[in-house]
Design a protein around this ligand. Structure first.
Ligand SMILES: [Zn+2]
Length: 142
């Protein structure tokens, strides 16, 4: 997930004090701010894409150019769809933070952990459940 990697450069990870309570108000505020920043970044990106497509649509009169342009647009649309879904997930995550229902595995209830959440702030499963989930998905796909 590129936007998140980019953002970590400007958004340093949270450094908990020794013995600090998991998901205390300061930690929740940190993740809330981080998710809001990520959402901003994605929304701007979507807007930029729309503008670029509108600009480019008028440029190419040559049919060959148009063909490659059309596949570009298809790709952009897929990207935008993915970004929209991610934004929805971010909104849901922020709502969970506000309800003080953030940071524990949806499946088994253990702490997801700050480190995992820094890398994937929208994660709802602990790493063990996630791994099992992926294994199961692979088996279904076979
Ligand atoms: Zn779990």
């Amino acid at each position: 997930m590129l936007p998140l990697e980019l953002m970590h450069k400007t958004f340093p990870p949270y450094l908990p004090k020794k013995g600090e309570e998991y998901m205390n108000p300061r930690q929740r505020a940190h993740f809330r701010k981080m998710l809001a920043a990520l959402k901003d970044e994605l929304s701007q990106d979507i807007e930029r894409t729309v503008h670029t497509m509108q600009d480019e649509a008028t440029l190419f009169a040559d049919p060959n150019d148009r063909a490659s342009q059309e596949s570009d647009i298809a790709l952009e649309l897929r990207n935008r769809d993915r970004e929209r879904k991610l934004i929805k997930k971010i909104d849901e995550t922020i709502a969970r933070i506000e309800k003080d229902d953030y940071g524990h595995c949806e499946n088994c209830g253990v702490e997801i952990g700050l480190k995992r959440l820094e890398a994937r702030p929208t994660a709802t499963l602990c790493i063990d459940c996630k791994t099992l989930d992926e294994l199961r998905e692979k088996q279904v796909a076979k």
